[in-house]
Design a protein around this ligand. Structure first.
Ligand code: FE2
Length: 336
């Protein structure tokens, strides 16, 4: 920002567990507009948000890399289409939700509902689409209707999880590194809204044609099998569970081990089969408890306010969802 120009946003702080400090760096960074931002933000009905975001883009990206997530609070983003405009101002390539497990509905532009799993279901920590090759680098979440009870979107820095697991169970971490992981999921024949992973193969692959779905599935996973009831079983190739973020050189807990172990559970899927090491050997339940505790200890849990936008570096941070009492409406946009 040029000298003499007033900073258009200020940093605000929240008490733990809404925000935490690790090695002197806050997580997440929370930005709130100063009064004068209205003018910079609302250009006209088609260009709003664009000038502020575009002027600050390199700064915002540097902050995202440093902090892992940014909460934009109090910005004039009042409806889903404002959110869509805000996200589009970043000029990132939108990523279609191909191969993801959650049932989602398109709202406007590139904005989707977030996982529509039932309110009492807790969605465990995960990197978005860690089980498919083309995962999003940046996620945006928007609070359209704030929950009054629960419903937080907890966030955790992946490198901290890695470090802590190395301390607590180095042999598990070594095995993960050596063998990698495999994910197995049975997709229903048509969407099943009663399941957190109830996205049918038709909407997962955007077609009701079996051959087409098969082709798309095979691009994303290693092997497939059609079941007698019309469901589709997909088994991924062996995927790495720990990845270095080449931008920082830090090791990331880049996997969906706990999400799958705790969350891929419905009438078609069972955790022990859904996630295994690359050689097919199972995960130890006690280690899964340790991992879950580590995630919860390190997590931040901010309370959503109407109009909040959270920008998450999907390579650096995991996210989840706490259970809640309705109403709650959190929308999402995924970007490459
Ligand atoms: Fe997610």
């Amino acid at each position: 920002m040029p000298e003499g120009q007033k900073c258009s946003v200020k940093e605000i702080t929240l008490p733990e567990p809404e925000q935490k400090k690790f090695d002197g760096t806050v997580f997440p960074l929370i930005l709130s507009p100063n009064d004068e931002i209205e003018n910079q933000f609302f250009i006209d009905s088609t260009g709003k948000a664009i000038s502020w975001v575009q002027n600050e883009l390199s700064n915002i990206e540097a902050q995202l890399l440093k902090h892992g997530a940014i909460l934009f609070r109090g910005f004039p983003i009042t409806c889903p289409s404002d959110f869509d405009i805000f996200v589009k101002a970043f000029n990132y390539e939108a990523l279609p939700y191909v191969g993801g497990a959650a049932p989602r509905t398109l709202v406007v532009g590139n904005v989707f509902t977030s996982n529509e799993a039932p309110p009492d279901t807790l969605i465990p920590f995960h990197h978005e689409m860690a089980q498919v090759p083309n995962f999003p680098n940046v996620l945006f979440f928007y609070c359209d209707v704030a929950p009054t009870e629960g419903g937080q979107t907890p966030l955790v820095l992946s490198n901290l999880v890695y470090q802590r697991m190395v301390q607590l169970n180095p042999s598990f971490v070594n095995t993960l590194k050596e063998k990698g992981v495999k994910y197995t999921r049975v997709l229903p024949n048509g969407d099943d809204p009663t399941s957190p992973i109830g996205r049918g193969w038709q909407s997962t692959y955007g077609t009701s044609n079996k051959e087409e779905a098969e082709k798309k599935a095979l691009e994303l996973v290693g092997s497939i099998e059609w079941l007698d009831d019309g469901c589709l079983k997909t088994i991924t190739r062996v995927l790495p569970a720990i990845r270095e973020d080449t931008r920082t050189g830090k090791e990331m807990w880049f996997n969906s081990v706990i999400a799958v172990y705790r969350g891929w559970k419905d009438t078609r899927n069972s955790p022990e089969k859904s996630i295994t090491f690359g050689d097919g050997s199972p995960m130890d339940p006690k280690t899964m408890d340790v991992l879950e505790n580590v995630l919860n200890e390190l997590a931040i849990d901010f309370r959503w306010k109407k109009g909040d936008v959270v920008m998450v570096d999907n390579r650096q941070a995991l996210h989840g969802r706490r259970s809640f009492v309705p109403p709650r409406r959190i929308l999402a946009a995924l970007c490459k």
